[in-house]
Design a protein around this ligand. Sequence first.
Ligand code: NAD
Ligand code: IPM
Ligand code: MN
Length: 361
Amino acid sequence: MKARIVVMPGDGIGPEVTSAAVRVLRQVADTFGHAFEFIDTLIGGAAIRAGQPALPADTVAAAKGADAILLGAVGHPDFDHLPPDRRPEAALLGLRRGVGAYANLRPARAWAGLESTGPLRPDVLRGTDLVVVRELLSGLYYGRPRGIAEDRSSAVNTMAYSREEIARIAHVAFTLARSRRRRLVSVDKANVLDVSRLWREVVTEIGREYPDVALTHEYVDAAAMKLVLAPSSFDVIVTENTFGDILSDEAGAVCGSLGLLPSASLGYGAGLFEPVHGSAPNLAGQGIANPIGAILSGAMLLSDGLGLKAEGQAIVASVEHTIASGARTADIAAPGQVALGTVAFTERVLEAGLTSSVRRG
Ligand code: NAD
Ligand code: IPM
Ligand code: MN
């Protein structure tokens, strides 16, 4: 297959982890006989430093002509003073809207070998394998009115959802649940928020079309608690934008590190694939960031973006093998254990891929 993959390294550790993911994707192309063209573009602080807006028109055009987009991360303290619409983060929101990516899939799982890495007891974490389906184009992130009053005496953001916006993300979540363990938890705050009352109503209605999926509803505060008390009880979680942002970071920590989590943002245009973590300015430039979230985003790009399921699965298998072999970056190393840098860890993943391709051959 031929595919144009537009790469947006962005800020902080973004370039370090995307280059790891691109190396793994190149290996897949070689092994499976695909022709991937990688096109580098600017976004976020990297674009601003190059004298361009955070989301350059060229980047949007490349995204619209792409078969898939691989993004690192955006945001840096140097740009925190900018007005909201010129910040690096606004570029990401504009890109998501530009490609119509309303469904953000954020899988989190317990990895063999990392049972004791996170804050939970291994017996609590064991068996955890969930996906947060986060609505990505509405809610507080985009709702109007928004802003700080001129005299700075008040500020407002608006959480708004239309029936259609809720219905389309519900369909994604039910369909995904059908391909997994057929359990869907819809997370809201329907005891307080009107938006959540409509959310619950619409998700319940859509659920009648999926009688084989067991739907339950949970308030977001209780769901956050359950995610640490019994993470393995979840299969698919569907929730609005802000709740999904928060719960997915929590899921990362529960499984051992935010650096482990990939995501796929799907909708009307090219899929956008990015690790769940941010630009981690505290790690940037040191070559120590965990590339797994980005590498697994590459796996989702193949599976969910280009329909190359076996290829995506081969990357997951390489990561599994690498973790099981004891290789660790600093964030997932046990106290006193040697930690590999981003490049050395990525090379272990590449070696694992060669091993399994030799086995296949
Ligand atoms: P962050 O996700 O960058 O970092 C949170 C914590 O996780 C830090 O301790 C960091 O060191 C650690 N971490 C994150 N990724 C890691 C990795 N791959 N390996 C090892 N450790 C990792 O969140 P933050 O510090 O709140 O935000 C930093 C900047 O990133 C901000 O400008 C924020 O707006 C931006 N951000 C961007 C995205 C994105 O582009 N999708 C996501 C979240 C935050
Ligand atoms: C994420 C990030 C973004 C979000 C920010 C950087 C706009 O936190 O992808 O989770 O809140 O969606
Ligand atoms: Mn986030």
